[in-house]
Each structure stands twice: as structure tokens, then as C-alpha cells.
Design a binder for this molecule. Structure first.
Ligand code: SF4
Length: 229
């Protein structure tokens, strides 16, 4: 069955926003991104080549769309195991994408069960890292986000741009990497994290943690912990 036919069938059940993985995923997802989605809305991504799943998950993270609304249509039988892998390796959302496995004229919608993250175990792992304080995040030392318009943020969830001492936003076209990494707002962020503060730009992480969830901050620290064993 052709991908267009599957999308037509799915549109009987859902309000579909269609994405073609052979095109520019970031551009397409930015165009359809909304602050909130109705329960029956779905972003359906046609993906004959599932090697693009890593990119899709990273872009969905950065555009800040919940995996719950994303369905990936593929004829590749590895689609379920690959979705499980990218969720575990890259996702900030414990809910995996939904798989739509196409087999000739048949198709199967597969809701993949989220793997439970043990919050207590994860917090204990993070505590064992001997960090400077309980609110510490490692990303201002090791990461940098370049947004589609060329401006920078410390990570894809940060709510503020990286700025110099005059409050001017730095950009990939006008500033060197050194200037961005040593910009006043980056240095202040590092000082804040070392002092145990909870910077405002990281509100998305604090909100997730306040509601008992596993934030990107904790996930990143946990991965650091596991890979440094
Ligand atoms: S605390 Fe969260 S938002 Fe802030 S830099 Fe770390 S991961 Fe990004």
C-alpha cells in the first residue's frame, strides 16, 4: 500500500498533519508546530528509510512536540525496535512515537509501551555523581544549540537566547564559537549552576521536575553517569 493511501485511511480516524521524511524535517515540523494539539490530531511521518529516526527524534525534541502526537509510517519491520531505541537514547519524552507498519496492502498501528523510568533510581544515580549541588546541569559546559535563525541557546529547552554583556543576541553568522561559548549570559548561567540556583531560562526542566517527572537535565546527567562507568 502506498504511503499516501495509508495517510488517507488514517485521516478517517485522526486530524492529520503529514510530513515527508525525504524532505527537510526541521522545516516541516517547524511549520506545523503548535502550542497545543487536540486529542485526535497526529503528525504522520512517512519514513521508508528508518535511518532518519534519530534525526526525527532530535528535531521533535528541539521543536518541543510531544512524541504522543507523532506516528511514523514505514514498511521496515525494524520500525518498533528502532523507535524503542531512539526513545531510550535521545528522547526527552518517555512516550515513544506510534509505529504504523505497512505490509503489502495491510497495515498495523502499534502503540509502543513506554519503558518505565525509575525516578528514585535515577535521582540516586545522579546524586552519586558528586555534583556541586542538586540543581546542577552539565549542559552549559558541554552543549550549544544553534537555532534555525542562527541564534544560540544553551540547549533546545532553554527559554532565553545567548547574549553578550550589552544584551545583544549572538548568532552563528556574526560571532565566533569562542565568543558564543564565552558570552556573558553563558558565563552567568555557569555561575548560577555552580551556586545552586535554578536559572529562569531552564523553567521547562524545573516544571517537569516539580511535577515528579524526569527532566532533560536529569536524563543528561544520568546518561553521563552511565557512560562514565
Ligand atoms: S537545566 Fe534543562 S533547560 Fe537548562 S540547560 Fe540543563 S537541560 Fe537545558
Amino acid at each position: 500500500m502506498k504511503y499516501e493511501s495509508i495517510i488517507k485511511i488514517l485521516s478517517l480516524q485522526y486530524n492529520i498533519m503529514s510530513v515527508d521524511s525525504s524532505g527537510n524535517l526541521l522545516q516541516q515540523l517547524n511549520e506545523i508546530k503548535k502550542d497545543s494539539y487536540q486529542a485526535n490530531e497526529r503528525i504522520v511521518v512517512s519514513m521508508p528509510d528508518i535511518s532518519k529516526l534519530n534525526d526525527l527524534q532530535n528535531i521533535v525534541n528541539s521543536v518541543d512536540i510531544s512524541n504522543f502526537f507523532v506516528m511514523v509510517v514505514s514498511e521496515d519491520k525494524r520500525i518498533v525496535s528502532e523507535i524503542e531505541r531512539v526513545t531510550s537514547e535521545f528522547s526527552y519524552d518517555s512516550v515513544p512515537f506510534t509505529a504504523v507498519l505497512v505490509d503489502g496492502d495491510a497495515y498495523d498501528i502499534i502503540n509502543i509501551t513506554p519503558k518505565k523510568t525509575n525516578h528514585t533510581t535515577l535521582e540516586t544515580s545522579v546524586k552519586n555523581l558528586n555534583l556541586p549541588n542538586e540543581h546542577f546541569c552539565v549542559l552549559p559546559w558541554v552543549a550549544l544549540e544553534i537555532q534555525p535563525n542562527g541564534h544560540h541557546a544553551v540547549c533546545c529547552l532553554a527559554e532565553e537566547h545567548i547574549k553578550d554583556e550589552h544584551g545583544k543576541m549572538l548568532s552563528v553568522t556574526e560571532n565566533s564559537l569562542d565568543e558564543v561559548l564565552n558570552a556573558e549570559s553563558m558565563k552567568q548561567l555557569r555561575r548560577d549552576f555552580l551556586a545552586g540556583k535554578k536559572p529562569k531560562t531552564c523553567n521547562k526542566c524545573w516544571r517537569v521536575e516539580d511535577s515528579g517527572g524526569v527532566s532533560k537535565r536529569l536524563n543528561t546527567l544520568d546518561k553521563t553517569f552511565r557512560y562514565c562507568q
